[in-house]
Design a protein around this ligand. Structure first.
Ligand code: SF4
Length: 214
């Protein structure tokens, strides 16, 4: 990345931190992916229980490697013997100390927008785990809530492809959402967090001055 682009990413991330803090989120600026991981390690004590939303951003920052290192009590839904067991892990994880995830969009109106297949991420960022940590690159920033929903819908095919869900958008050249009726459908739940006033600062947003995830 050249210096000018980095300069503009810094400005964008810092502007977003100010907007989110004005909506009572605990927003923190991160210079890059490594800095985001450092902040995560400062925020989460060893031994804490953690659940996650599936996320390319958590991979790119190395945060998922920390979470699965054995130093935390990880609600591991990725290695279960059956779908029923996986659903049990989902249910139990509402009691976690932390949900750690990214967001499909962060709006300049101060909102987090997420679209989910199962609904765990969208709902747990809102309520359940004691605290939420959302890590987002500047590519997630959009102007309005409507833009955020559009962005979330637009990247659903990428996530469907990534996790090998056999949805029309991941298996056909001309995606037809009208035909998307099976269990793998990625677009079942849309979660919008429009402020953090009831549980002040419960949600930390680490805004990274880099492009991360889809
Ligand atoms: S509704 Fe289905 S086909 Fe359309 S984007 Fe979502 S997952 Fe893909």
């Amino acid at each position: 990345m050249d210096d000018v682009q980095k300069w503009s990413y810094r400005l964008k991330a810092k502007e977003m931190v100010d907007i989110l803090n004005s909506k009572n989120f605990n927003a923190i600026y991160a210079e890059d992916a490594e800095d985001a991981k450092r902040i995560f390690l400062e925020l989460v004590p060893e031994g804490a229980s953690i659940c996650v939303g599936g996320s390319v951003t958590l991979k790119q920052t190395g945060i998922i490697d920390e979470i699965t290192s054995g130093r935390y009590n990880f609600y591991d839904r990725f290695h279960t013997a059956s779908v029923a067991e996986m659903h049990d892990v989902y249910r139990e994880s509402y009691k976690a100390d932390f949900i750690v995830a990214s967001s499909n969009a962060v709006t300049k109106e101060g909102q987090l927008v997420n679209i989910d297949c199962v609904g765990n991420r969208a709902s747990q960022i809102a309520f359940g785990p004691k605290k939420a940590i959302v890590v987002a690159g500047v590519n997630k920033i959009v102007d309005t809530m409507e833009d955020g929903i559009k962005r979330a819908r637009a990247i659903a095919p990428l996530n469907a492809k990534r996790i090998r869900h056999k949805t029309p958008c991941a298996t056909e050249d001309n995606c037809n959402c009208q035909n998307c009726e099976g269990q793998p459908r990625m677009c079942n739940f849309i979660g919008i967090v429009d402020g953090c006033f009831h549980f002040p600062k419960r949600i930390t947003v680490i805004m990274v001055a880099e492009e991360l995830g889809y």
